[in-house]
Design a binder for this molecule. Sequence first.
Ligand SMILES: Cc1cc2nc3c(=O)[nH]c(=O)nc-3n(C[C@H](O)[C@H](O)[C@H](O)COP(=O)(O)O)c2cc1C
Length: 237
Amino acid sequence: METFDCIESRKSVRKYDKKDVPNEMIAEIITAGTYAPSAGNTQEWEFIIVKDSEKKKKLSEASLDQNQVREAPAIIAVLANLEKIEMKYKERGKEVYSLQDTAACIQNMLLATHDLGLGACWVGAFDEEDVSSILGLPGKTRPVAMLTIGFPLSYQPAEKSYRIPFERLAWQENYGQELKWFMDYSRRSRFEWKPLDQQIEELTKRLEKLREERKGLEKKESSLWSRIKAIFKKPKE
Ligand SMILES: Cc1cc2nc3c(=O)[nH]c(=O)nc-3n(C[C@H](O)[C@H](O)[C@H](O)COP(=O)(O)O)c2cc1C
């Protein structure tokens, strides 16, 4: 998927098919996470993959009984190794960088998940002590998020969640100073969410066009073959 399309079309998915998420895909998602930047390249992130139903049930209870935690075929808990980052950057490392680094890692993972055709939700509302105990975390290892992952059910809410237009969030040089050039740029999203039947109709048309093109190419191919055969059949002079 093209980068910008992937960023724009990603959305939180909370309803999943029961189908297992292959470990091969989980490996790709974690790899994407580890390509994120981190303060001083400390890479203090760690991961626990949970597929066990009993454990997922406990994790759901520790996260306000959120259904997707119980129902997702796979969960990746993203942890911050506070000892590693604190050793390098003291208090700021422990309090700030640990969260910034793991957040960058998580976003990479969410994009990779989406690119692989999976759906995911970042779950941050949980009791840290309970989650630490369920996952058997050693001291100084903080659970930052749980990513619930699965193949999305074919029915998902059509709308992408609302985004505040950036002219209300971005300023020029000083806080509150309007971006003069903002209106020069189209605000139309590169990714437009369309109703399912419209998407199917458009894809069917594209498919028909591709079939036509293939027919044309097959004709060309067979005429080229005839010419090649004719050359080989020609008696030597
Ligand atoms: C730090 C953080 C914590 C979140 N915690 C939860 C959560 O506990 N449960 C949940 O359903 N979604 C959670 N979300 C997902 C947000 O609700 C979601 O990203 C937001 O509504 C925007 O929707 P979108 O992801 O579809 O663009 C969390 C997201 C972030 C970044």
